[in-house]
Write a protein that binds this ligand. Structure first.
Ligand code: SAM
Length: 184
């Protein structure tokens, strides 16, 4: 798992957008406010080879659930090899989150964590994903976005009352982390 898988998938799919997984510093900083002691419904967009997925599974309770949306075939195969009944992997775009969760009978998620390269996604579909996610997390959930720039801040502000940002320098390249939510 790691850079080799990224390189292999990066050359066939521009949406992979990275040649190496996020650092453990980024993973910990993005997840630092998640109350893993509670039973949670978590959704992940763009898990890649599962650097966040494995960390979340390690931390979450036995009754928590994790729904992962990944578009790259190679990464989906790697993710489907993770042997954990709390994890469901969908070979689907994050754009289909509402439809898939509805089919699963899941009405809301406590946390949606996104590593998808939003800068590659055109304006309207990007707004649609943010809007759909704001519905999925409702009033009390959180949308956690990590990106190599803060360009998502204005889009998040269109759909969420609050957007906090942080920077993780121990990542190549440095990572901007955004937390979007309605209620404090
Ligand atoms: C920069 S990589 C991040 C991978 C991993 N989460 C990490 O932190 O190392 C972006 C990932 O998002 C996936 N992706 C791109 N567009 C997507 C979409 N619309 N829906 C779901 N996954 C997507 C890519 O295939 C890739 O695995």
């Amino acid at each position: 798992m790691g850079t080799l898988d990224y390189l292999k998938n990066f050359f066939g799919d521009k949406n992979v957008a990275s040649i190496t997984p996020s650092s453990e510093f980024t993973v910990k900083k993005v997840c630092q406010y998640i109350p893993f002691e509670k039973d949670l419904t978590i959704v992940e967009y763009g898990p890649g080879d599962g650097v966040f997925t494995r960390y979340i599974l390690e931390k979450m309770t036995k009754d928590s659930r994790l729904f992962a949306f990944e578009t790259n075939d190679g990464f989906v195969k790697i993710l489907k090899d993770i042997n954990d009944t709390r994890l469901k992997v969908y070979h689907e775009s994050a754009a289909n989150v509402a439809k898939v969760l509805e089919e699963e009978g899941v009405s809301t998620a406590d946390y949606v964590i996104s590593g998808i390269p939003f800068s590659f996604i055109p304006e309207e579909p990007k707004r649609e994903i943010v809007k759909a996610t704001s519905k999925v997390v409702g009033k009390t959930g959180r949308f956690l976005v990590y990106q190599t720039s803060k360009h998502m801040v204005p889009y998040l502000k269109e759909a969420f009352a609050h957007v906090d940002t942080e920077l993780e320098l121990k990542n190549i390249p440095p990572m901007s982390i955004m937390r979007a939510y309605q209620e404090t």
